[in-house]
Write a protein that binds this ligand. Structure first.
Ligand code: GDP
Ligand code: IMO
Ligand code: MG
Length: 443
């Protein structure tokens, strides 16, 4: 029995869904604990490519899949995604939605886009899936929860109070058309009818599974550097993707967690605005983008690309308490003559060199990368099945990352398919990481 959190260790799109799918084979329950339809999670299995936004990747193995209370769910997007998956032969009989997950309403979608426009040059580059406004209403205690869609009177009274105030914003601040309470009520009660069979107390369900010694897998969306508290604020999402968020977002106590696995690309990508110290705005960046097919799953935007950043990696180890890493997309580096790893930052104003982030706040913008350059392996790795199949320079690259981050690389992904995977050591039952270098980080 092991309860495991899979968390993005960079800026999202690290290949979390591939890793979740791999581990789901031996799990009983897979839980998404935060985020909403902003996520784009790809699983390539059984000759098919699945792109999930709201539904946990565990559905491919037909495991009990839970959309946890920490999520924000757009029912329209959920039903569209579900219908598409059912058409392709996936089974929804073990799908559960938390009664207390918040609902993304039409005004959240409109406001997300309107707020972005208003920010002008300071825009965040959101996915426009209504994420920020839904979480803002949750915090303001003005949110609609899944259970409200099942009760006409409750939904009506909430909407009668909420929609007029949203209309003031839409009309006066953004010069946009007002919305009709009656129309929203009718549409969302219809969604409620369809969703009723999935809605339950998912925290109780997980607690029961824990009691039965089942294996629970927590699937993170986005990544540590997009975390509302620990990411590159304000260029973040509005939830807590980092490992701590899994307990709050799923409704479980931290004592049930056995392992935290961080998923990281062998380089770095980012979609949307915000700082990215190792970004390559040149031909090498283009090459990473083309070779890695770095196009956003949800928005179709090209992803910004750059070299692996060990400073951010160490930060992720610290914030999440990572036990090990799953390093993905190693194959994308197969053809490079030289590969760089950022080992330190230099403050471009003071000249001070930092091994660990001095601050994720405003000074972060001043950080320029200090690189270590290593030789590329110039051989295909996609068919490698074990560590000894990997070229010597590729093994040295993994060792460099392990040494820099002070965590073992347990899984290496060398292609999008399930069998394009090298398991270096059992990520769940292998030895646990012992705190050493991390404890001496800058304070
Ligand atoms: P997620 O949001 O973290 O689940 O990641 P995405 O699905 O947004 O992006 C990862 C992309 O990389 C997907 O298209 C995956 O199919 C693909 N992918 C995952 N692992 C590998 C790998 O090791 N090599 C290559 N070439 N592609 C991979
Ligand atoms: P997965 O789960 C990469 C980014 C957006 C934007 C910022 C805020 O596939 O890794 P939001 O719509 O959440 O308010 O946007 O966060 N972002 C992601 N980037 N992968 C994701 O999800 C992301 N979800 C949001 O591009 O910069
Ligand atoms: Mg993604």
């Amino acid at each position: 029995m092991a309860n495991v959190i899979v968390v993005g260790a960079q800026f999202g799109d690290e290949g979390k869904a591939k890793v979740t799918d791999l581990l789901a084979k031996n799990a009983d329950v897979v839980v998404r604990y935060q985020g909403g339809a902003n996520a784009g999670h790809t699983v390539v299995a059984n000759g098919e490519t699945y792109k999930f936004h709201l539904i946990p990747s565990g559905i491919v193995y037909n495991k009990t899949c839970i959309l946890g209370p920490g999520m924000v769910i757009d029912p329209r997007a959920f039903l569209e995604e579900l219908d598409g998956l059912i058409k392709r032969g996936l089974d929804d009989s073990s799908l559960k939605i938390s009664a207390t997950a918040h609902v993304t309403m039409p005004y959240h979608l409109t406001l997300d886009a309107a707020e972005e426009d208003k920010r002008g040059g300071n825009k965040i580059g959101t996915t426009k899936r209504g994420i920020g406004p839904t979480y803002a209403d949750k915090c303001a205690r003005s949110g609609i929860r899944m259970e409200d869609l099942l009760d006409k009177e409750v939904l009506k009274s909430k909407l009668e109070y909420l929609v007029p105030s949203k209309n003031v914003l839409l009309d006066r601040l953004y010069n946009l058309e007002s919305m009709e309470t009656e129309q929203i009520l009718k549409e969302y009660l219809e969604y409620g009818k369809r969703l009723k069979k999935y809605v339950c107390d998912t925290s109780a369900l997980i607690f029961e599974a824990v009691g039965q010694k089942k294996n629970i897998l927590f699937e993170g969306a986005q990544g540590t550097l997009l975390d509302l508290d620990h990411g590159t604020y304000p260029y973040v999402t509005s939830s807590s993707p980092s490992a701590g968020g899994a307990c709050v977002g799923a409704g479980v106590g931290p004592t049930i967690i056995d392992r935290v696995i961080g998923v990281s690309k062998a380089y770095v990508t980012r979609v949307g605005e915000g700082p990215f110290p190792t970004e390559l705005i040149d031909k090498e960046g283009d090459r990473l983008r083309e070779t890695g097919a770095e196009i956003g799953v949800t928005t179709g935007r090209p992803r910004r690309c750059g070299w692996f950043d060990a400073v951010l990696g160490r930060y992720s180890v610290r914030i999440n308490g990572l036990d090990c890493l799953a390093l993905t997309k190693l194959d994308v580096l197969d053809d490079f003559d030289e590969i760089k790893v950022c080992t330190e930052y230099k403050d471009c104003i003071t000249g001070v060199v930092y091994k660990d982030l001095p601050s994720i706040g405003s000074r972060f913008n001043q950080m320029t990368p200090v690189y270590k350059t290593v030789k590329g392996w110039k051989k295909p790795t996609t068919d490698c099945k074990s560590v000894k199949d990997l070229p010597k320079e590729a093994r040295e690259y993994l060792e460099l990352i392990e040494e820099q981050l002070d965590v073992p690389v347990a899984i290496v992904s060398v292609g999008p398919k399930r069998d394009n995977t090298v398991v270096v050591e059992d990520p769940i039952h292998g030895p646990k990481r012992v705190l050493s270098k991390q404890a001496t980080a800058n304070v």
